[in-house]
Design a protein around this ligand. Sequence first.
Ligand SMILES: [Zn+2]
Length: 61
Amino acid sequence: MELVCCVCGKVKRNDEWIHAEIEKNTLLSHGYCTKCMNVALSEIEEMKKEQNKEDTQKDVA
Ligand SMILES: [Zn+2]
């Protein structure tokens, strides 16, 4: 089983994220590498802020 970053396609090997060839018939598990996880988390934070803004506006209206 290989853990593959669904954003940049890097593969986790020995706790490091590297660009590597994946052999055929390998079971893949998709996730986020450290870098893309941080990007995704900050995007989620931004989205939450936007949603909070919208919710507040709805409450006012
Ligand atoms: Zn990545």
